[in-house]
Design a protein around this ligand. Structure first.
Ligand code: NDP
Length: 339
């Protein structure tokens, strides 16, 4: 299949790219600069130029940003991952909401207008678009699934960066489903909703300074930043980046994935468990880690919400890696880039 992948330089997209190539697909990926395109190309020396092409899309928040990039003869599928995921923002609308929402509607409009051969579109959404933050993490009687939607409003969205990020994913995913309903394009849509994503980073794009947001907590643990207290975990459910990347690829390959949301989670985790996995597997890092009796990072005593990932298992056939495998491979990859 010929597949367009937006944001090929991202943590998750780098793994999607590798699985697409392994499955024999041809990939056209958008990045923000030629420098990033060159790094990705150099890291795939055995991939023929005809199987991996690049398009420069500098800012997905600009109307029409994908109009030219998406013009690819015989394009069959699109995976849209690009969206800001960080909390270092001064203007929630400009820095988070616009790139997420305009980026998503922009790529869908561009496909409809300029790539009529596309049959399948997959968008990376998030557990952020499923969770109801008003209920707290100890909503023990509730089981989250694809049926749930975050009720966040436009007013709440701009109150702080954390609300802003969750709203950006919720509004963007809603806009995508509305687009399909109203515009009735030639393609079907699937959305992929992961909670915290951890796992190995690719060496060719990363350093400690440019580390993606969701791996930051593990980097903090191994660089001595949590020696006196482990921070609260936050969402308490996670998935491995390689399992998530495979879910994206399966969602374009399997016809039965069309018209569905997928809640892709491996299960519960806590920051304390991550620390203990590192202690067990990397004795040389002991001096950087919080001591065993340091407070914080545990599960809440009141319990946690439940989750239902059965659609991801049944339809996409995903078998989830263990937290231990994911953390060990992440730490090794961080050490490989000098963290
Ligand atoms: P990264 O920060 O590694 O990737 C984000 C990607 O989006 C990068 O390629 C980035 O380009 C691109 N991007 C961001 N803003 C713009 C913009 N204005 N114009 C063009 N490109 C832009 O994060 P992840 O890989 O973790 O995130 C990928 C997707 O997964 C996002 O949609 C995110 O919301 C979602 N997600 C991530 C989770 C996680 O825990 N990691 C959990 C749930 C969902 P550049 O690198 O050049 O800045």
């Amino acid at each position: 299949m010929k597949v367009f992948l937006s944001g090929g330089s991202g943590f998750i997209a780098a793994h999607v790219l590798d699985i697409l190539l392994e499955h024999g697909h041809t990939v056209i990926t958008s990045v923000r600069s030629q420098e990033k395109a060159d790094k990705i190309k150099e890291a795939h020396p055995n991939t023929p130029a005809s199987q991996l092409e690049f398009r420069i899309v500098k800012d997905i928040a600009q109307e029409g940003a994908f109009d030219e990039a998406i013009k690819v003869d015989g394009l069959e599928a699109v995976i849209h991952t690009a969206s800001p995921f960080h909390f270092n923002v001064t203007d929630v609308k400009k820095d988070l909401l616009d790139p997420a929402v305009i980026g998503t509607t922009g790529i869908l409009k561009a496909i409809k207008k300029n790539a009529p051969s596309v049959k399948r579109v997959v968008i990376t959404s998030s557990f952020a678009s499923i969770i109801n933050p008003n209920k707290g993490i100890s909503w023990t009687e509730h089981t989250y699934s694809e049926k749930d939607w975050n009720p966040i409003t436009e007013e709440e969205a701009v109150l702080n960066p954390s609300n802003g990020y969750r709203a950006s994913k919720t509004f963007a995913e809603k806009a995508a489903w509305e687009f399909v309903e109203k515009e009735k394009p030639n393609f079907t849509l699937s959305t992929i909703c992961p909670p915290l994503v951890i796992g190995p980073i690719v060496h060719y794009l990363n350093s400690l300074d440019s580390l993606n947001t969701s791996n930051q907590r593990t980097a903090n643990l191994i660089t001595g930043k949590n020696k006196s207290e482990i921070p609260e975990t936050g969402t308490y459910i996670w998935t491995d980046v390689r399992d998530l990347a495979l879910a994206h690829v399966k969602a374009i390959e399997l016809p039965e994935a069309a018209d569905k949301r997928f809640f892709v989670t491996a299960g519960y985790f806590s920051n304390k468990e991550i620390a203990e996995i590192i202690r067990k597997n990397f004795p040389a890092l002991e001096k950087e880690l919080p001591a065993k009796d340091v407070k914080g990072g545990d599960y809440p005593k009141e319990g946690l919400y439940k989750y239902d990932n059965s659609r991801t298992v049944d339809v996409l056939g995903i078998k989830f890696r263990s937290l231990e495998e994911s953390v060990v491979d992440l730490v090794k990859s961080l050490q490989a880039v000098g963290v």
